[in-house]
Ligand binder design. Structure first.
Ligand SMILES: [Zn+2]
Length: 294
């Protein structure tokens, strides 16, 4: 069964274009959603920037659109182009429109900024994306779970707000599809408060978490299954995970945000029906971008 990786970045963790394509081939990945991270300096941890394309002296953004486009240009069939301008900029919607028309952007992401994601300027961007059929990928980190132990440059690296911020966005932009991602989202697999102080809580899931609740309540919420945050959350309680996916078979989207395939053996071991695995590995990702107007 072929896969779509719904979350990755260009020139990331030492994977240049050729290595990225070779890795996709090796792991059975037909297409990758290649996402930008256009984050101003000062809003990301300078100790983690080694993972991004900074070796060329290009310090404008960790993952600029220019770089995503260069991959898309070289292998148009292998990449779905993502882009998220900083919604706080006055030209954000215009920039998004231009990128959609000029480069065929199909996904808004990754949104990973030190701002509350339900601010009115951000809502304008999401609503535009909704009109165009473009899904929005959002990274959440809780301040209390990302403390640095230092006063400078930041006491903590938080992104987006909390799960209530996400709920307000889902409610205020019903025409837009959103993918929740990262520790501040996935900690809500469980109805406990461990995620307020831990990035990767472990242990049995307390049923009735906010993810379950929001999936029931908002048809525009999807789960980006990338990175350790998702894998650790889903493997906390396999029986619960199976029930959750069976209850929302079209809302979990295979993704990596890295170059491994660590999630697949676990998902494959759950005994999910074939059509649900098809949706997980590629069907839902295809459907999410199927109506983007070019
Ligand atoms: Zn992220």
């Amino acid at each position: 069964m072929f896969k779509i990786d719904a979350h990755n970045h260009p020139d990331y963790h030492g994977y240049n274009f050729e290595r990225h394509i070779a890795d996709m081939d090796e792991k059975g990945i037909a297409k990758t959603w290649l996402l930008t991270w256009e984050c101003p300096a000062g809003e990301y941890d300078p100790n983690t920037i080694w993972a991004f394309a900074t070796a060329m002296g290009d310090r404008d953004y960790p993952a600029p659109l220019r770089l995503c486009w260069s991959y898309k240009e070289r292998a148009p069939e292998r990449f779905i182009l993502g882009y998220c301008p900083d919604p706080r900029r006055p030209d954000a919607v215009q920039k998004m429109k231009a990128a959609v028309r000029t480069y065929g952007v199909q996904v808004c992401g990754e949104l990973k900024l030190r701002m509350m994601y339900d601010n009115p300027d951000a809502l304008d961007l999401y609503r535009y994306c909704g009109e165009e059929g473009i899904p929005v990928t959002m990274h959440f980190d809780n301040a209390g779970a990302q403390t640095t132990g230092a006063e400078f440059p930041r006491r903590h690296w938080w992104y987006g707000g909390d799960i209530d911020t996400l709920e307000r966005v889902l409610r205020l932009c019903p025409q837009t599809n959103f993918l929740g991602h990262a520790p501040g989202f996935w900690c809500h697999i469980s109805a406990d408060r461990l995620g307020e102080s831990q990035a990767y809580p472990k242990g049995p899931v307390v049923p009735g978490g906010r993810i379950e609740e929001l999936l029931d309540k908002y048809p525009n919420l999807y789960c980006d299954c990338s990175a350790g945050s998702c894998r650790i959350a889903l493997t906390r309680d396999p029986a619960y995970t199976k029930k959750l996916i069976l209850a929302h078979p079209d809302r979990f989207v295979y993704a990596r945000d890295y170059f491994d395939n660590e999630l697949s053996p676990f998902i494959d071991s759950l005994g999910l029906p074939e059509e649900i695995l098809e949706a997980f590995y590629h069907g839902s990702a295809e459907r999410l971008v199927a109506t983007v107007k070019q």
